[in-house]
Design a binder for this molecule. Structure first.
Ligand code: GLU
Length: 296
């Protein structure tokens, strides 16, 4: 409890709590066994032959790419399996395919290898704070969104010189290869020096040491690092982009995309999405309203 209260206080002070849509706590506890689309839990789902759903359901196995170093969304736990909101979203999808948790193989994806891992078939889906955008849609498809984040900045707790994107000219900012926040800095902040690594945790010591002035990525990822180290870091200002999180899948697999969209949409109203949030990111962030699925 002490830890949690400390985190709440730190995040409230950092303005993180105001970053997510206002809390709703009324619809948890609904029917947790909802069966959208043609899915089924526990039995042999009746998926049409030749579909990805039938292949995965028959195998009783799915390979999921997720982050391993992002608290609240995807963080490798003590037993090696990841925990977080993205992980719970993947479990909801697997469950609708009749795949138990021990049928899920978790593969670490960093920001830059998500598209190639999907294209190469190394993973069946990616659930990894993965922003839906047109450039990525050239090579993969997305179900969702299942959450809407926004790019933000994290600075040392004792640094009051940066309070938003207007303050980063002449500063050095750390982010991750292949991420939308790094791309945004590169394209739209010519007076800011960008340093990139493979994963966001690689930016934390450089920020602590003063080698960089800020870390930039989505508000909720940074919120996880602030919650872990409230004495070291704070969020600087409001989010300044829109980052709708999707489930990445092989391009052109429209049946699988529709299936995942159906599963997500059902989970938004039957209590599973809210329960997934509250048991993970909801430990430190307000519960948002679910977004609207984009069946493009
Ligand atoms: N949502 C952004 C992206 O997909 C940043 C977070 C991340 O790198 O996973 O690039």
């Amino acid at each position: 409890m002490g830890t949690r209260n400390t985190r709440w206080a730190a995040l409230a002070a950092a303005g993180i709590l105001a970053l997510s849509a206002c809390g709703s706590d009324g619809d948890a506890g609904g029917d947790l066994t909802g069966e959208p689309g043609g899915g089924a839990t526990g039995g042999a789902p009746g998926f049409a032959e030749g579909t990805t759903m039938a292949r995965l359901a028959d195998a009783g196995a799915i390979t999921v790419g997720t982050k391993f170093d992002q608290p609240l969304f995807g963080l490798q736990g003590p037993d090696g399996t990841p925990v977080g909101f993205d992980v719970e979203i993947a479990k909801i999808i697997a469950d609708e395919l009749g795949i138990p948790e021990d049928g899920i193989t978790w593969v670490e994806t960093v920001s830059a290898n998500r598209e190639p891992f999907i294209q190469d078939g190394r993973v069946d889906i990616v659930v990894a704070t993965y922003t839906i955008n047109d450039a990525r849609k050239e090579v993969v498809d997305f179900a969702g969104p299942y959450y809407e984040a926004g790019q933000s900045l994290m600075v040392r707790a004792d640094d009051d010189s940066i309070n938003g994107p207007d303050d980063i000219a002449g500063k050095t900012v750390c982010s991750v290869d292949g991420s939308t926040p790094a791309g945004n800095i590169q394209e739209n902040f010519p007076d800011t020096e960008l340093v990139t690594f493979a994963a966001y945790t690689d930016c934390l010591d450089p920020l602590r040491n003063g080698q960089v002035d800020a870390v930039t990525t989505d508000n909720v990822i940074l919120g996880g690092y602030v919650a872990e180290s409230p004495n070291d870091f704070r969020i600087a200002g409001e989010p300044f982009t829109e980052e709708p999180y999707g489930v990445g899948l092989r391009k052109g697999d429209d049946e699988f995309r529709t299936f995942i969209n159906d599963v997500l949409e059902a989970s938004f109203t039957d209590g599973r999405w809210t329960a997934a949030w509250e048991s993970t990111a909801g430990e430190v962030l307000d519960t948002p309203e679910p977004p609207t699925i984009d069946r493009y």
